[in-house]
Design a protein around this ligand. Structure first.
Ligand SMILES: [Fe+2]
Length: 326
């Protein structure tokens, strides 16, 4: 896990931490100093996170080689004369993209019970396989999004975030096939149903109680559609859809485009935007979207801005919700 985000020049560390969105781990941001002996340091240049032509894939791929198993530092080089208010959105992009490597729990997932769940989840994933590695990354990233969107998320919701796509480990570990499905919605519905059964098995072996497992199953079964937005009983399901969709755009979309090409990705972008509630769409403007992904999103959401000045304000969904009325 990333233990410290070390800012260079050091004088920018405190103002950047102070300007950071409260959802992000400001306590880990500090001045660039010499790391403890034996701690690996990864490097990133903050200016790159403003460049849609830049793909952070190689950075987080290299982090994934070690950051799951040992503490690492991320050294962030910032322009010496940069204004913290302009730089903080770029640091937010970086920390969002890499959030799976920054440990975050809440009261209900902070204990040894959830450690067992995490170990079981990790054991299912053979990270030597690139597609499985991507699935593991996405699962943990979706869990992190759940905790950002709902810091007091229930155990069932957190476990469902981790296990929602576990079915892919069976059907698509070596090659994807969703683009071959004659009926995409039916394919995704079957994926969700089968995933619920696999989640039940995994959580049972991790010693999770029956009531929680039943809640996880219901959430995984429904994770491909947000349910009735007016039904309070569907709130957790809608939240899981939000988290899954945000993880797609934040972490997976560029790899998805590389793998499937623009036609299927265009359909996936539309499908995923429909799963993201309008009230959360402002977040798309705060992500680092690679240029070709950004272009596909803008086909659906013309008002999407990018860059440090393009930060949508929370609640400012006008324009960013056009897809739902298109
Ligand atoms: Fe997913």
């Amino acid at each position: 896990m990333i233990e410290r985000v070390a800012i260079d020049p050091p004088a920018l560390a405190a103002p950047l931490a102070a300007a950071l969105d409260p959802e992000l781990p400001a306590r880990r941001v500090g001045p660039a100093i010499e790391p403890p002996a034996g701690v690996r340091t990864y490097h990133t240049d903050l200016a790159r996170w403003a460049d849609p032509a830049w793909d952070p894939g190689p950075l987080d791929w290299s982090l994934g080689d070690h950051a799951w198993n040992e503490p690492v530092w991320l050294r962030v080089r910032a322009p010496a004369r940069g204004a913290p208010a302009r730089l903080a959105p770029l640091l937010e992009r970086a920390l969002t993209r890499l959030q799976r490597f920054v440990d975050r729990r809440n009261d209900v997932s902070g204990g040894p019970w959830f450690d067992r769940v995490l170990r079981r989840h990790r054991a299912l994933h053979d990270r030597r396989l690139p597609l499985v590695r991507a699935d593991h990354d996405h699962a943990v990233d979706t869990w992190r999004w759940v905790l950002r969107l709902r810091p007091d998320a229930s155990l069932a919701l957190q476990a469902a975030a981790l296990f929602h796509d576990v079915e892919r480990l069976r059907s698509e570990a070596r090659a994807r096939k969703e683009h071959l499905a004659p009926d995409y919605v039916a394919f995704k519905t079957a994926h969700a149903r089968a995933g619920a059964a696999l989640a039940r098995r995994a959580l049972t072996s991790a010693g999770v109680d029956a009531a929680t497992i039943a809640q996880v199953e219901a959430l995984v079964v429904g994770h491909e559609r947000p349910g009735d937005p007016g039904d309070p009983g569907d709130e957790e399901r809608a939240l899981l859809n939000d988290a899954d969709a945000l993880s797609f755009f934040s972490l997976n979309a560029s790899g998805f485009l590389d793998y499937y090409g623009p036609d299927h990705t265009r359909r996936k972008v539309a499908y995923t935007l429909d799963r993201l509630r309008p009230a959360q769409r402002w977040r798309l403007g705060r992500l680092h979207l690679r240029g070709d992904v950004l272009a596909l999103v803008r086909e659906q959401v013309p008002a999407l801005e990018d860059g440090p000045t393009g930060r949508g304000a929370p609640g400012d969904t006008e324009g960013l919700s056009r897809r739902s009325s298109a």
